[in-house]
Ligand binder design. Structure first.
Ligand code: ZN
Length: 140
C-alpha cells in the first residue's frame, strides 16, 4: 500500500519547436526537481515514435511516423528510476486524415509545437524497480 500524495506545484509550459517530446519533459522535471507527478500534453509532432509492449516477448515494438501528426492526447506520470525522474508517457496521435494511432512514447518524437500541463505530486515519490513477471520497471 502506497502513501497518499498531495498536489504540489503546477506548471504550464510551452515546449520548444524541434525538441524531443520525452527528452524535453524529462529535462524539465530534472531541472525543476519534480520527482513525482502527472503530465498532460497537446500539440503536434513533425516525427513521432510510439509503440506497444509485446507481453509474450517482453519487448517493445516501435513504429516511427515521419509525417506531421497532431498530439490529440498525451498523458503520463513522473516517478523515480535509479534515483532520477523517469517519465512514462502514452500518446494518441492523428494524421492528415485524422486517423489515430496510439501507444507508448519513445525518444524520437520531434515537436512542431506543444503545450504541457505538469502537476507535481508531493509526498513519497513512486520508485520503479524491475518486475520479473512483466519484464517492466514498475512501481515498487
Ligand atoms: Zn507505456
Amino acid at each position: 500500500m502506497s502513501s497518499p500524495l498531495a498536489a504540489g506545484r503546477v506548471f504550464l509550459e510551452r515546449l520548444s519547436h524541434g525538441a524531443d517530446l520525452l527528452e524535453s519533459l524529462t529535462d524539465f522535471c530534472a531541472r525543476n526537481s519534480i520527482r513525482c507527478g502527472f503530465i498532460s500534453v497537446i500539440g503536434a509532432t513533425s516525427e513521432a515514435t510510439i509503440g506497444y509492449y509485446d507481453q509474450a516477448r517482453h519487448s517493445y515494438e516501435r513504429k516511427t511516423f515521419r509525417e506531421e501528426m497532431e498530439i490529440v492526447s498525451c498523458t503520463g506520470n513522473v516517478s523515480l528510476k535509479d534515483g532520477a525522474p523517469f517519465l512514462h508517457l502514452h500518446a494518441v496521435l492523428s494524421d492528415s486524415k485524422l486517423a489515430t494511432f496510439g501507444g507508448h512514447v519513445f525518444p524520437g518524437s520531434k515537436l512542431f509545437a506543444a503545450e504541457a500541463f505538469i502537476q507535481e505530486l508531493a509526498g513519497e515519490p513512486r520508485t520503479r524497480k524491475p518486475d520479473s513477471v512483466t519484464g517492466l520497471a514498475l512501481w515498487a
